[in-house]
Unconditional design. Structure first.
Length: 158
């Protein structure tokens, strides 16, 4: 769950000013202890100025992904690359490294998202249905013509 920045800052302030532990802060603010722990660790790692500004990007270009993977493969740590590039979670970087290892740089290309167009599928289905119906009608028409021709050739019995 995403909490407002005010609550996060309140938790950090309680830790700094009153020297409360993570559990005490969590109980006082009615939060989970792990949430408070993450906020305070993040604050200690990057400082207040960087804590306040939004650092994470949700979409990355293929070039950025390749550069990040190359830095990881060169020996840099996941947290360092995450902070520099603005990746929220190191699992994202691990996924990029895995995809890069299995499929090369092409595997990091942006994926098309969303469903396929229903109208395109519907047109194809409609065209196929009409073609099948037309073919059946042509066969039926040919069969009727043959039966009429055969009926004309045979003398009538009266």
């Amino acid at each position: 769950m995403k909490y407002p920045i005010e609550i996060q800052l309140k938790a950090i302030d309680l830790h700094l000013s009153e020297d409360l532990g993570y559990l005490a802060i969590a109980q006082r603010l009615n939060l989970k202890c792990i949430t408070v722990t993450r906020w305070i660790r993040k604050y200690k790692a990057i400082g207040m100025e960087d804590y306040m500004k939004p650092r994470y990007v949700s979409h990355f270009s293929q070039e950025t992904k390749i550069l990040a993977v190359e830095r990881i493969l060169a020996g840099e740590t996941y947290p360092d690359v995450c902070i520099d590039i603005g990746v929220k979670d190191k699992r994202t970087l691990r996924d990029w490294v895995k995809r890069y290892s299995e499929g090369g740089p092409e595997s990091l290309a942006p994926k098309l998202q969303g469903r396929k167009s229903k109208s395109r599928l519907a047109k194809n289905t409609l065209e196929e249905t009409l073609e099948e119906k037309c073919y059946r009608l042509e066969l039926e028409n040919a069969a009727l013509k043959k039966s009429i021709a055969l009926a004309r050739q045979q003398p009538s019995k009266k």
